[in-house]
Design a protein around this ligand. Structure first.
Ligand code: GCV
Length: 749
């Protein structure tokens, strides 16, 4: 432009370019400048940005400015590439040069032993000697196949940092741990860390279909491009594996539990195998959801009866074929006799008979069956929250050793708040896996900021009293309470093809917290949130403090503006987007919100006490007694267990009606306040990240108000009471809210 300006002269230049100048001027006057560079979220928490504090950097350089990964496996290569990329990025380019020089000089020269050594006693002489001389042999043994030690030790050549493990995958986990310490600017002086996972199976469940639609997915299409697999392998697959390994996730179920049998065809197994090859070096096994009627649908058999010899043979052969293609295949996830899916019940058989048939086929290869307990049926004539317990409790002890029963955290379905499922603690002889939902089917999709760490923590720490006080859900699922030999935790993924993976940058933290808790359920969700903020958004202490506080409060805000005081399942039909407490006309009563809130002229809530459907009897004492009476039921679960009069007096002294309305208002107000807090951080956060969250918060504020107004107006038609003084009455009309339709809301089933 400058050159042209000089050639043309001012007047001619203006004539020729006036239109462009005007367009640029008016465009910039009317809308924000596009941001052409910045953090779009793709790098997740593995950003490895340069540490700007020179002193801090030089301290790290002293301790880990040179490194060596011993071992010849692909996993060792992966560790090497991660460190070779991460450490110079974090500590400066000089470190890269230094490291390369060291590596060349190192050959046979003991004066150049790097300050950081990573490996296993069998892959590394240095590690083997150090472990022996530091008397760490027993400690290392104790961490098992996936654990690791990170130790500062004094060796002949001086102080050295060791990341030692029994396997290369353990060394990989240890390396990510060390990187996390650096990324969060934590001290690495005199490290003495011993880690091993609390649970055996730490697994994502993708509800992804072969056509790339993700059931309950709100972050674009499935990341698996089945059509182009096995030949086309996106970089994203590798980055997915890196991200999972960095938080200890060691398994992935690639396809929807509402399974398409095509996944078991040779053509698709080849595609699955190519993903397994990518994930293997990262310690991640692949698993598949299967359709129970596959012998009929794929094999042309007349039945899928699990006790039929031909059916058993079909599965034996299919499993053999799978292991020929994928030697370390993890196993099957099964949704059976649930929401229209086929299952052993179709042939008069039990869940145990169905699961055991598959377990027998998988056992020779050490595969497992994860059999879901999410079952409920109209014909059962039993209240929905009770059905999983009724069905599975009598089957305790009847499952093969390689079967885990996978139980949703609450008795209904991933609501913003539910009590823990009474199945936890009810089946001493059956290992139960936790199933959490990471994707926000019922918590505002991917536009509502709801950090789920506090929800997971609340569930894991709940006391089941199965063996007296201290029998937490965490102890049930990690196998320690009943001495089960296998354990696991599953999270329904919130990952999609969106550039930032989860549709909303902060919701990456839900994937992160799931992984971290599945590795160590004793961590606090607050600690994990802080860690995530430091790695993903900023290490600036103000940002860390403010954003962590926002995240920690966010789930309760959603509870307040959607389903306060134990209300549940009030979302609109099918897609579950927005409020629909009035919906009363679906195929099944227990799909309708009116079934759950039971509002009438007398009051609101579901009587699950002994005077009602007696769901409380499924809990151990003293919970069953506690939940039986409104006075001893925690108020945040009150309407889950009780139907109470609008004038019932709450702990605050307010009537139930006033308290309910106040919760709705508080939820919406808190979101508006959160929006303000975020806006105050402008300039302290990368502009792309900042803007993404800003836009999502604008939507969330609108939708929180919508939830509040629609719910309050609707319940007011029963309570016939005024909005409490001091609160501004809702602006819209109930009729208008009722007419809102969203035929194309994402993620439908
Ligand atoms: C995959 C709920 C969801 C369904 C989901 C089901 C399940 O009902 O709405 O989309 O199906 O749970 O967990 O199987």
């Amino acid at each position: 432009m400058n050159i042209r300006f000089r050639k043309l002269g001012a007047v001619a230049f203006l004539k020729r370019y006036s239109l462009i100048i005007a367009t640029v001027f008016f465009a910039s006057a009317s809308q924000a400048q596009p941001i052409l560079s910045g953090e779009d979220g793709y790098r997740l928490w593995l950003k490895y940005d340069l540490i700007s504090d020179a002193e801090l950097r030089s301290n790290y350089v002293k301790a880990i400015g040179s490194w060596r990964v011993d071992g010849n496996s692909i996993t060792s290569d992966r560790i090497r590439s991660e460190l070779d990329y991460a450490l110079p990025s974090l500590l400066g380019e000089k470190v890269r040069e230094q490291h390369l020089n060291n590596l060349t000089a190192n050959k046979g020269d003991s004066t150049h032993v790097p300050t950081l050594i990573i490996g296993t006693p069998s892959s590394s002489k240095t590690i083997a000697t150090a472990i022996r001389s530091a008397k760490l042999t027993r400690q290392l043994k104790a961490v098992g196949d996936e654990g690791y030690l990170i130790k500062t030790v004094q060796l002949k050549n001086g102080r050295q940092l060791l990341v030692a493990a029994n396997t290369d995958v353990g060394a990989l986990y240890g390396s990510f741990h060390l990187l996390r310490l650096v990324q969060t600017h934590s001290s690495i002086v005199d490290l003495d860390i011993q880690q091993q996972p609390a649970l055996d199976i730490r697994i994502l469940n993708h509800w992804d279909n072969p056509d790339r639609h993700v059931e309950r997915g709100y972050a674009g299409q499935s990341i698996w491009d089945w059509h182009k697999l096995p030949d086309y392998q996106y970089q994203r697959y590798y980055d997915y594996a890196r991200a999972n390994a960095s938080i200890g996730i060691n398994g992935t179920v690639l396809n929807n539990v509402n399974a398409n049998p095509i996944m078991l065809t040779p053509e698709y197994l080849a595609k699955v195998a190519s993903l397994a090859d990518i994930f293997r070096p990262y310690g991640i096994k692949v698993y598949l959801s299967i359709k129970f009627s596959s012998p009929q649908l794929l094999g042309g058999l007349e039945t899928s009866d699990p006790l039929n010899k031909n059916v058993q043979k079909w599965w034996d052969e299919k499993v053999k074929e799978i292991y020929t293609t994928i030697p370390d295949f993890g196993g099957f996830l099964v949704k059976a006799n649930s929401e229209g899916q086929p299952g052993p019940g179709d042939f008069g058989r039990t869940h145990a008979e169905g699961a055991n048939m598959l377990a027998d086929a998988l056992a020779p290869y050490k595969g497992v069956v994860m059999w879901r307990a999410f079952v409920y049926a109209n014909e059962k004539n039993e209240e929905r929250s009770k059905q999983a317990y009724s069905e599975f409790k009598p089957l305790d002890g009847k499952f093969r050793d390689n079967v885990l029963v996978q139980v949703k955290n609450g008795p209904i379905d991933f609501q913003p708040r539910e009590p823990f499922s009474p199945l936890f603690g009810a089946t001493p002889k059956t290992p139960l896996m936790m199933e959490f939902q990471i994707t926000q089917e019922y918590l505002g999709f991917s536009t509502h900021l709801a950090y789920l760490g506090p929800l997971y923590e609340e569930v894991l720490r709940s006391d089941t009293y199965a063996k007296g006080e201290g029998s937490s859900v965490a102890k049930v699922i990690d196998g320690s309470l009943f001495n089960n030999s296998i354990s696991g935790m599953a999270g329904v993924a919130n990952i999609g093809s969106d550039r930032n993976w989860t549709g909303h940058i902060i919701l990456q933290a839900n994937w992160y917290v799931f992984g971290r808790l599945s590795w160590d359920h004793s961590l606090s969700s607050q600690h994990i949130a802080e860690e995530w903020v430091r790695m993903t958004l900023s290490t600036d202490s103000l940002v860390v403090e403010k954003v962590t506080a926002m995240m920690m409060a966010s789930r309760e805000q959603v509870v307040n503006y959607m389903t306060p005081l134990g209300l549940h399942h009030l979302m609109d039909t099918g897609h579950h987007y927005g409020p629909g407490p009035w919906v009363d006309n679906l195929g099944r009563a227990d799909w309708t919100p009116v079934y759950y809130h039971r509002a009438d002229a007398n009051g609101i809530g579901f009587d699950r006490s002994p005077t009602g459907v007696d769901a409380v009897s499924q809990y151990h004492a003293p919970l069953k007694e506690r939940f039986s009476k409104p006075e001893t039921t925690p108020e945040n679960l009150l309407l889950w267990f009780h139907h109470l009069a609008w004038d019932y007096t709450m702990q605050s002294g307010h009537s139930l009606w006033d308290e309910l309305v106040r919760h709705y208002y508080k939820g919406a107000e808190d979101v508006a306040a959160m929006q303000e807090q975020w806006l105050n951080l402008e300039g302290k956060i990368d502009p792309l990240q900042f803007n993404q969250v800003k836009m999502a918060l604008e939507i969330q504020v609108k939708e929180a108000n919508w939830w509040r107004d629609a719910s309050v107006l609707y319940f007011q038609t029963f309570s016939k009471r005024p909005i409490p003084t001091g609160l501004t009455p809702p602006s819209g009309t109930l009729d208008e809210f009722k007419t809102r339709k969203f035929p194309y809301a994402p993620g439908s089933g």
